[in-house]
Write a protein that binds this ligand. Structure first.
Ligand code: C2O
Ligand code: CU
Length: 583
């Protein structure tokens, strides 16, 4: 059984080979040597595509839609023309154009195929076919030519229709004037944890001794570690010294009131050089989180505007080490070196992936448990030995072990990191990836795959031609569109919401919804059998389909985006917003 991603590649390859075969047959015919020997393979490849498209359809309609409605019918129709007019090379060449256009439709447009795309594709193939027909001495087919031009123009015209601004996810519409925003800061309580972070450029020295021109908080990257005990009030004053594009603090994974979320243009203005902003919220969730700028976040985070944020229920016993893994100019840095841990010491490692790509971690030298993911404790975690842990961009794993007599070391992508305990280096062995959906033990959840969802949204992730901030780009798209043209998802407070996230592309997309943790309902059609997974960032790999659910319980206007921040920059970003209450 081929996976969806290999089927996607297989179908593209079939199409490319079919195009070459048709064009070869056409050229032979033009040279006066039309033959079934040349036509037959091209024909066979085209018919075989019906099979590969059917298989893709079997993986989900999103993977096959534009092929079923546009490119395969076009390819089959052109193949019939090629057979009928096999003496003139124009027929086979037209079939070649159809195959190439099919590739173009998939690469540039993808899901959903619109009438506009269908008309343009037909016009391209018919137009090129007619031109070829006349060039090889065929009689002019004026009315067909006019029809083709009309179809093409209509298709282009339709492409200019603006997409709708809102997606109600199948739930009731709302009058979208005004919006529910949680404006006020959370009330204070407990101890107030005050921090002041100043964003400024600085040259930092990496562990290798290399110097790096960073953007920092307080001159260090990562910035100061922020910690609190559950119940405290966290109050952070952000100042900007000299970061020209501006800076904000987003509390990644921390479900803060909307006004504290640090999204420029949505919850606040970016803090300009010389400016400041105060964030205040209650530390009401324990766990491992991080903060980062959300203004020009791709560049800003990459250059160092991030730090860790850890909330504990009570002072920890033993060693509790936060390990933010970040790449500075190709060098992976894992933060401060661990303190000494004599045998018998309980150790907790809080792994944070602050890069934009997945890291594979392995802990060598000891069995361990994954006790929390994305700040949420896992139910009944089992003992892990020698597995690899894929940590998505933005995600966190908390590992726990008891220090053994021998050494323990954390490896990242097969290389030892600075996180080492004891003397010497335990050897690394590449091991299969741990499947979190089968890890730990199941327990009851407030809702599940079979619950009645008030709204269901589908997000098909791909690449394609789209406007991003008004500029046409080969963008990272959601449902064929780029930011800010992707319709905002509208929910009402209290709704039970499902996202179906489909990755049609050949890239990995770590999906991140602000302000909420989502429960994984299924991955590729299978419900998790292990501990319930409440995530704020989940890794959707090529060809995967994830269904996640959440209760809309944190009103406001939230970002919903890919945490490969370069992808977000290239358009893979939208809003989820709470509709105001109906009068
Ligand atoms: Cu950590 Cu909108 O991001
Ligand atoms: Cu992405």
């Amino acid at each position: 059984m081929m996976s969806a991603s290999s089927l996607i590649t297989f179908d593209l390859a079939l199409q490319a080979v079919a195009a070459a075969a048709w064009i070869g047959a056409g050229v032979l015919a033009l040279r006066g040597r039309p033959s079934w020997w040349a036509l037959a393979p091209a024909l066979a490849l085209t018919v075989a595509r019906a099979g590969s498209v059917a298989l893709l359809w079997g993986q989900g309609w999103w993977f096959a839609q534009e092929k079923v409605t546009v490119t395969l019918p076009l390819a089959l129709a052109a193949a019939v023309i090629a057979v009928v007019f096999r003496r003139s090379g124009a027929g086979a060449l037209t079939a070649g154009y159809a195959a190439l256009t099919g590739l173009g439709v998939t690469f540039l447009s993808g899901y959903p195929a619109t009438p506009s795309v269908g008309l343009i594709a037909v016009a391209i193939v018919a137009g090129a076919g007619l031109v070829t027909w006349q060039a090889v001495g065929g009689s002019p087919l004026r009315s067909l030519g006019i029809g083709t031009a009309v179809a093409g123009l209509a298709g282009i015209g339709l492409a200019f229709l603006p997409p709708s601004a809102y997606d109600f996810g199948g739930g009731p519409d709302a009058h979208m004037h005004g919006m529910t925003m949680a404006g006020a800061s959370a009330p204070a309580g407990g101890t107030v944890r005050r921090y002041t972070l100043t964003a400024r450029k600085a040259t930092i020295t990496l562990p290798s001794g290399r110097r790096f021109q960073a953007w920092t908080f307080d001159g260090t990257a990562p910035g100061p570690a922020i910690t609190a005990t559950v119940g405290d009030t966290v109050e952070v004053t952000l100042r900007n010294a000299d970061i020209e594009p501006g800076v904000t603090l987003h509390w990644h994974g921390y479900d803060v009131p909307n006004a504290e979320d640090g999204v420029p243009g949505l919850t606040q203005k970016a803090v300009p050089p010389g400016g400041s902003f105060v964030y205040r919220f209650t530390a009401d969730q324990a766990g491992t989180y991080w903060y980062h700028t959300h203004e020009v976040s791709d560049e800003g985070v990459r250059l160092g505007l991030y730090g860790t944020f850890v909330v504990t229920p009570r002072p920890a016993a033993g060693v509790d080490l936060t390990v933010p893994a970040h790449t500075f100019g190709g060098e992976l840095v894992t933060g401060a070196a661990p303190p000494a841990a004599p045998p018998g010491t309980p150790v907790r490692l809080r792994l944070v992936n602050t890069d934009s790509v997945t890291r594979r971690f392995a802990l060598a030298g000891t069995p361990y448990k994954i006790i929390a993911v994305d700040g949420r404790d896992l139910h009944g975690p089992g003992t892990v030995t020698g597995a690899s842990l894929r940590l998505p961009a933005g995600g966190r794993y908390d590992l726990a072990f008891t220090m053994p007599a021998g050494p323990v070391a954390l490896y990242a992508d097969g290389r030892p990191t600075a996180v080492r305990f004891g003397r010497g280096l335990p050897p690394y062995q590449d091991a299969p990836d741990l499947d979190l959906t089968t890890y730990g033990t199941a327990e009851a959840t407030p809702f599940g795959l079979r619950s009645r969802f008030d709204r269901r949204f589908t997000l098909v992730l791909d690449r394609g031609l789209a406007l991003v901030d008004g500029i046409p780009q080969y963008a990272q798209t959601v449902n064929g569109l780029g930011y800010p043209r992707i319709p905002a998802q509208v929910v009402r407070e209290g709704d039970l919401v499902m996202f179906t996230v489909v990755n049609r592309s050949l890239d990995t997309h770590p999906w991140h919804l602000h302000g909420h943790h989502v429960l994984v309902l299924s991955k590729d059609g299978r419900a998790p059998t292990g501990a319930p997974l409440w995530l704020d960032t989940f890794e959707v790999r090529p060809g995967e389909v994830w269904q996640v659910g959440f209760r809309a319980d944190n009103p406001g206007m939230w970002m919903n985006h890919c945490h490969n921040l370069a992808h977000a920059d290239q358009g893979m970003m939208l809003h989820l917003m709470y509709a105001p209450d109906m009068p």
